[in-house]
Design a protein around this ligand. Sequence first.
Ligand code: GLC
Ligand code: GLC
Length: 663
Amino acid sequence: MDEQVAREPRPVTGRVPQPVAAAADDVLAGLAPERRELFHLRVERWWPDVREGLAAVHGAEAAARLEVRLLRAAATAYARRDEDLHRLDQARTLAPDWFQRPGMLGYAAYADRFAGTLAGVRDRLPLLEELGVTYLHLMPLLLPREGDSDGGYAVADYRRVRPDLGTTEDLRELAATLRGRGVSLVLDLVLNHVAREHPWAELARRGTPEERARYRGYFHVFADREGPDAFERTLPEVFPDTSPGSFTWDDELGAWVWTTFNSFQWDLDWSSPEVLAEMVDVVLHLADLGVEVLRLDAVAFLWKRLGTSCQNQPEVHALVQVLRGVTRVACPGLLLKAEAIVAPDDLVPYLGTGGHAGRVSDLAYHNSLMVQVWSMLATGDVVLATRALQRIPPAPSSTAWITYVRCHDDIGWAVSDEDAAAVGLSGHGHRSFLADWYSGAFPGSPATGLVFQEDPATGDRRTSGATAALTGLEAALARGGRPGDEDVDLAVRRLLLAHAVVLAWGGVPVLWSGDEVGQPGDPGWAGEPGHEADNRWVHRPRASEVLLAERHDPSTVAGTVFAGVRHLARTRASLPHLHAATPAQVLDPSDPGVLVVLRRHPEGDLLLLANFTGSWRPFPGERLDAAGLGGAPDALTGRVPERGGDGALWLSPYDVVWLVGSR
Ligand code: GLC
Ligand code: GLC
């Protein structure tokens, strides 16, 4: 048997044709037989996903050529993967639900704003440990173009680290340090576009005639306005204020080029097999450095189709399936996370529906939940959220949502017209109300956010602002508020309520840096060169040493918020019911102000009740008793909540309970 394995370590089942499976034998030749066998087992398990995805995008013939190239790339990466990462791959393969467990907690930050440099991130480990963070997303840190780079989302070189943050070696070391402490490093993979200064774009502009011809094929290039005009008839705009239109005339190129975002971010043409193969190399390179999760930035935009919004096209999912299949073979410890901030109906396909179920991204941002949390806080009404969240189809049980209250981006008010109409609201009217409420324009609103990218064509307005700004904490602090003041306490309660919902949802909750201490927005955001026109910088402040130092002092606001967030995170980690494979079911409310979410787990049910109003609200005793949760303790207080004379469980303003039953 042993001898046989040594000679022919390749399982033969016919799922992957022999010539394909053998295409990388020379690359693997130097490996021990068990290692070769493992590679082939993975090919057998995951390569069919790659083949199918490629065929869907490129047709059978081109796909056949490309798959050999990708298989060899996977084998090369596999052969050079270091021992520590190899062990990680094995551990992850044995525990494929590792990222779904309730102990997972994310934290996202800009390395420089959070800690100065990559080396500085080490000094923040105590903070992360106190919170129980197991996933650290450092915002774009690969070499960006000079000047405005959209916060690093205009990459000039995927293989170099921003020099002011450190070197590639520093990144590798940081990844290893984090890994040693059970923290996964998460980086962005900016795959929809490159900077105009990236070598591919440089060569398209100024290479030799051959290079120009080759690299123009990496982008969507148009000689005149005919193509752009035709596409723009159905294209929504991402930055209508500051970068109107989706195409940019480039003098050097002598043509129009597709630029969905800023004029200096050139969209890649993913129908080119070269682009796919190049990006696969980038992915494998980042995996080699010890990155454990790649955030697929703006993934919805990868495929363009005339007459559509050029978002969420079926080919996007086929392409992600290819990327995932390749990485499962080369480095299965790596996860893919879709950043598709899209309408509720378009969201679940990023985790996989139909034939893609469980074969695309492992993680995806739940922007609908985020939007609905803010909508509930503004209105004190959970009816719309209940309807919208109930309607979202189930995600594959092997995947997880990224749940979040705030992130580095603006909030787009993704409330569908249909959901709004179903509860008697106008979609446009409600979206407009939310933009007014959170900019503080609506009478009675305590929020101090900003309007981001008003679109005159659609009347659409998005919102910037720190969690503290949107909850009213920023304004209360600006008035000199202290813990115990009513406006401060209510704002802190709103902040904790939002987190309590997001942390109990299941999936990986990701805290946005600063929110753990209720940090207000950055008043000086517009003073930094390149930022003046992009008010998202208001909610990307530098970490405040003062607030971080206060985090252990319960007499401060920062200390109160920190204790609250930490308590939620710790409690969550102890509750098996919150495993991401256990779906969050939103139940019909009994009171329009109280959100009801049930998690049915083999160990027992967990019922979340969240009062989104500033007044006391009841949850009927009969419903509790019928659910078998009449005497269930609230995991957050450790006590069985008292009932009123009417038998109801009364929730104080913005209060949350996590009732835990047992079987
Ligand atoms: C993503 C990022 C956003 C950026 C855009 C373009 O949506 O989150 O910050 O502007 O992609 O890369
Ligand atoms: C992309 C993101 C969206 C964001 C925008 C600018 O569209 O998907 O979240 O609003 O970029 O920040």
